[in-house]
Each structure stands twice: as structure tokens, then as C-alpha cells.
Design a protein around this ligand. Sequence first.
Ligand code: DX5
Ligand code: ZN
Length: 212
Amino acid sequence: MSKIFISPSILSADFANLERDIKRVEEAGADWLHIDVMDGHFVPNITIGVPVVASINKVTEMPLDVHLMIEYPEKYIEPFARAGADLLTFHIECGSDVKSTIELIKSFNVKAGLSIKPNTPADVLFPYLGDLDLVLVMTVEPGFGGQKFMPWCAEKISFIKNNAPKDLIIQVDGGINAETARICTSYGANSLVAGNYIYKSDDIKSAIKSLL
Ligand code: DX5
Ligand code: ZN
């Protein structure tokens, strides 16, 4: 079986104890750290910006998986790359030019990801699959942690899998727990983002293990 990359979302961490909560998932065996950047325009919430990503980069060895839920991502690619992002994923629905934004991300030697919201069909990703390192299938409306998994969104994973280059990483985000993780990996997802399920559990290590 191929490797499944677990990316805990710090949206569900305690922001007053962010370093402690990052170390907790790192010590528990998480592969990447998922950082949800929201601008209050693309989604109805405001979260983390460039300076916080730069500070996080100083306290962890985990690759920083930065999920941009923002308008005009092209304006912020360079600052996030310089802050230490290892993967920058933006949304196809943001209205920016997709091809040039992917090229911009790669020009900083950062991995490029493209995401779709629940109501966006998977085939809009197809023209870009050869240029991307990762696609992110949202299984909740982006904006908040702790929402309920939408099973019909996960069905898009197998459609993408059947049309993607072999090394493309297919990530899923929203309402992931031990049960929904299984559904997603059976469709072909090989990266799982989980916020609430990991951070609200009493035993983070077991929670991470239960996703595999
Ligand atoms: C939602 C974010 C997710 C969120 C996931 O907009 O993109 O990364 O933190 O949280 P859970 O796992 O609690 O649904
Ligand atoms: Zn996310």
C-alpha cells in the first residue's frame, strides 16, 4: 500500500499554545502541518497570515502544507514561500489565472496544489493535473473546522485518481475521522487533513494512527 500523508490542521489547535500543539502532532508522527489561511473574502473567516507561518517554520521540522483560502493568491505566493511554506494550495474558484499561479509557486521551489470546493466538479482540474504536485478535494465548505463530512464530495476522488498522473497526491480536507478517512483512501486519496478529530482527541498518537 502506498504511503498516506497525515496533515493535522492547526485550525483546531490552541492558538495561545501553538508551539506546544505543533510539537504534539509532530511527536505523534504527523507527516505535514496543515495551515489554513483565510482572508474573510474568499471564505467568511479570518485566520493566519504570513508572519505566523514564518514563526511556525522556526519551531517544526514538518513540511508546511499551506492551504490558501484567499482571493488574489498570486499576491501572496512570494511572501508565503519566503516564510517557509513547502506546499502552497490555492482554490480554482478564487478567480485568478490558474496556470500562471502554479508557475509562480514552482518558481520559488515550492510544491503546488489546487483545490476544489464541494460544488465544483472535478473535471475543471484536469487541464492542470500534469503541472501540479497535489490536488485538494474539500469535503466541507471551506471556512471552519469541525464540520460534517459530505460523502458525495469524496466520490470525486476516484474520478481524479483515474485521470491523474501516478505521482499526483490527492488530499482530502473536511470532517475527516477514522471512518471517513477509510472512505477517502478507498477512493484513492493519499493525504488526509484532520483538525478536530486529531486535536480534540485525548490521545493524539492513536487518533493519527487510526486514520491509516
Ligand atoms: C476548513 C479547513 C480545514 C479544517 C478541517 O476550511 O480547510 O483544514 O481545519 O477541520 P476538520 O478536520 O475539523 O473538519
Ligand atoms: Zn484546510
